[in-house]
Design a protein around this ligand. Structure first.
Ligand SMILES: [Fe+2]
Length: 142
């Protein structure tokens, strides 16, 4: 993962070998870049970028958990599920506290969260790769 002036860039090394997950991750990076480009914008603009990001993160995590459970089994599925829960709880907290909070600390919280999510994408989700390689890239559990 590299962060340039234009934001984070998706790289081949992030490929986990499942089309649904990989295309979700690309979209996630676009939404992260949008949030970061709105950090200096008005409260309303930032809140709406954060809402879009958070809504998609929910959808993506559920989709990914189904795929991981079906393709990789335990204990990885549980590990990823728990890590998703922790990330979502931090994000909810940031969204709840954001009203009226100083913008400097809000920016720090958001950037901190994005950093944690990136570490998750790089370190944890790549653990799915060996198991996913035994399935077609178009694998989607019913
Ligand atoms: Fe993911």
């Amino acid at each position: 993962m590299t962060r340039t002036e234009g934001g984070y860039q998706w790289r081949e090394q992030l490929n986990v070998g499942n089309d649904l997950i990989d295309s979700d991750h690309k979209h996630l990076i676009e939404l992260i870049n949008r949030v970061q480009s709105c950090l200096g914008a008005s409260e309303g603009v930032l809140t709406s970028a954060m809402n879009e990001f958070s809504k998609f993160l929910d959808v993506h995590f559920s989709r990914e958990e189904k795929i991981v459970r079906a393709a990789c089994g335990e204990p990885l599925a549980q590990q990823i599920y728990e890590s998703h829960l922790a990330l979502l709880s931090t994000l909810r907290q940031i969204q709840k506290e954001s009203r009226g909070a100083a913008s400097g600390s809000r920016i720090q919280q958001i950037n901190g969260f994005i950093g944690d999510l990136m570490v998750h994408l790089i370190k944890q989700e790549l653990l799915m790769k060996p198991a996913l390689s035994k399935f077609s890239p178009s694998f989607a559990p019913g």
